[in-house]
Design a protein around this ligand. Sequence first.
Ligand SMILES: [Zn+2]
Length: 281
Amino acid sequence: MNDVVAELERRYPPVWAEEWDRVGLVLGEPDAPVRRVLCVVDVVPETVAEALAAEADMIVSHHPLLLRGVSSVAPTTFKGRIIHQLIRAGVALYAAHTNADVASPGVSDALAARFGLTGLRPLQRPAPGSPAHGDDRGFGRVGELPEPMTLAELTRHAAAVLPVTSWGVRAAGDPGRMVRTLAVSGGSGDSFLGAATAAGVDAFLTADLRHHPAGEHLAADGPALLDAAHWATERPWLDDLAALLREAPGVETLVSDLDTTRGPCTPPHPLWTTRSPDREG
Ligand SMILES: [Zn+2]
């Protein structure tokens, strides 16, 4: 595992993570051999089951399983059950979260690549003096679309180039508005609405936009908004992550395509089923 962790920490140094974040090795023996790694956005029972079925030795996740303090990992709790399953099966767990968001290339580069954006620059750079500050690092990316298109066309295009979820892609703004420059931010990008306006882009695509901030942003003539499923905006990065991990000797990688539209990045919300929209039938 040491080789895998070395690759991860070369590209995504843990010190680049936000202060509130919790990244790095969550569980597993650092000296244990790792032959197969499953890359996931979320550590949930479904992705743990995938890892066990694939006989993976390690899971690398985007979202930390343990973000807030816990006083018990009893198997009667949601996360304790997961921890017990992983330890019992000898599967290690590692998280690269905001340190992978801010890296260059990072999570939003993979999202930008789905749109073929060129001339990329960060949407929001880390504060000067913070460990992540420097080079082209930062949250979100801003770039030019290969061809200008209307917001309505871009919304359909986004649904076609992003992983499919029942959440789909929602847009707010004038459907006929021409979009040339686009900002994207993987995950909850609510806090970057002001940065998108300051960047002077025509549209901003992210996840977990809320009614009031989005409405106020549009009322102030901000860029048009596109809201995709949280998972769909971060899933593209898993391919980059897998390619990175394959640089460790003797390691093969798998990528989870299980839509887990929920997770620790977002406030708890009701569990909606994203894979079986016909479940009431
Ligand atoms: Zn996220």
